[in-house]
Design a protein around this ligand. Structure first.
Ligand SMILES: C[S@@+](CC[C@H](N)C(=O)[O-])C[C@H]1O[C@@H](n2cnc3c(N)ncnc32)[C@H](O)[C@@H]1O
Length: 341
């Protein structure tokens, strides 16, 4: 039996647990911090096999996981908590020798854990360095995860790919650049990274529901020509950009010549069924094999049911490559689709 700590976006842990139970009936799941973290018990198969299967068909709502290799009750005394953490770091010596390690320390909101994430990392650093490891923030061979809940401390060492995300708890952070038009831009940047889909590979994009222009600005920066569709105004900073055409129209009323675009993106604030009808109706404007990145708004409906019904609809026109709730998604998930050739 190997246990894992799983994390989902705030409020989505029940759906992440439900999804896991449906896909992997053999695992046991139970909540830890309401709405966000939970425990996954993997009884029957070896964890490696299960992790491979999980990565092959990645769940929508599970954002991050790490193995529980050490677990202890969280006492009041900061010194003894520090001692437990240092002891675990020292116990990893044989595995981390000569390798790079990221130390990721998180806690639930209701946890009495007394250390911040940098403080926690610095506590464990000497034990790791004494073992000949180099502690770094990113692109490491190993991740040492520490998670403190209200009552317990969980720790484990794993390869980044086995955590589904190499960010602490899957919380992807982008530097907030000067002049960023909207936070929505982070969604597209995260989709690019998560789906391994470099946007600079495309040349002509159709952006539906584009205003105020966060996604459009990312696409323009990557050198694409963008047709932005939105009745609302685009940001002033985009006015007169030579790569941009803004159509102040309802996307449902438009059509384009076949194969006019090699990328379609849609972030329309709209009932997901309408969005699906609009995006599917505009599919012929995409070259065969062209990609679409579409946010699917969940609108407080049963998320798993909404997603499976809409996936069926989208699948009439597109191959569905990935559906994932990204860290930057709120009441929505992001789909990567490819127009069927
Ligand atoms: C969440 S905002 C998009 C943010 C944008 N992706 C960004 O990065 O700045 C949603 C937009 O969808 C637009 N929208 C909703 N329904 C639409 C439709 N039928 N056709 C075109 N735009 C639509 C709204 O006007 C709104 O500006």
């Amino acid at each position: 039996m190997m246990d894992f700590i799983g994390t989902a976006n705030p409020g989505f842990a029940p759906y992440a647990m439900d999804e896991l139970k449906r896909k992997h009936p053999e695992v046991a799941v139970s909540g830890i911090a309401p709405g966000e973290t939970f425990r996954i018990g993997c009884p029957s198969r070896t964890p490696d096999e299960w992790l491979r299967e999980l990565r092959r068909d990645e769940p929508i709502f599970l954002r991050h996981l790490f193995p529980v290799e050490a677990e202890s009750a969280l006492g009041e005394d900061a010194d003894s908590i520090a001692e437990t953490m240092i002891g675990f770091a020292a116990s990893c010596a044989d595995r981390v020798r000569g390798a790079t390690v990221a130390v990721q320390v998180r806690k639930s909101q209701d946890s009495p854990f007394p250390f911040g994430s940098a403080e926690g990392r610095d506590l464990m650093r000497p034990a790791l360095e004494a073992a000949g490891a180099e502690v770094a923030a990113r692109d490491t061979r190993w991740i040492l995860s520490v998670y403190a809940s209200k009552k317990s401390l969980y720790m484990g060492l794993s390869a980044p790919e086995d955590n589904l995300s190499d960010w602490p708890g899957g919380a992807v952070r982008f530097r907030r650049e000067e002049g960023l038009i909207s936070r929505a831009a982070f969604k597209l940047l995260e989709a690019e990274r998560t789906f391994g889909l470099p946007l600079g590979r495309f040349s002509r994009a159709l952006d539906l529901g584009a205003a105020p222009g966060g996604w459009t600005s990312v696409l323009l920066e990557r050198g694409l020509h963008v047709t932005a569709v939105d009745p609302a105004e685009m940001a002033d900073s985009l006015a007169g950009h030579p790569g941009l055409a803004h159509l102040r129209r309802n996307a449902a009323e438009l059509s384009f010549p076949p194969g006019a675009f090699d990328l379609l993106v849609s972030d329309m604030s709209w009932d997901p069924r309408h969005t699906c009808r609009i995006v599917s109706g505009l599919a012929p404007a995409l070259v065969p094999g062209g990609s679409a990145i579409v946010t699917l708004k969940l609108m407080h409906r049963k998320p798993l049911q909404t997603i499976s019904q809409l996936a069926e609809e989208y699948a009439k026109t597109f191959d569905i490559r990935r559906i994932k709730q990204l860290f930057h998604n709120r009441e929505e998930v992001t789909m990567w689709l490819k127009r069927r050739a």
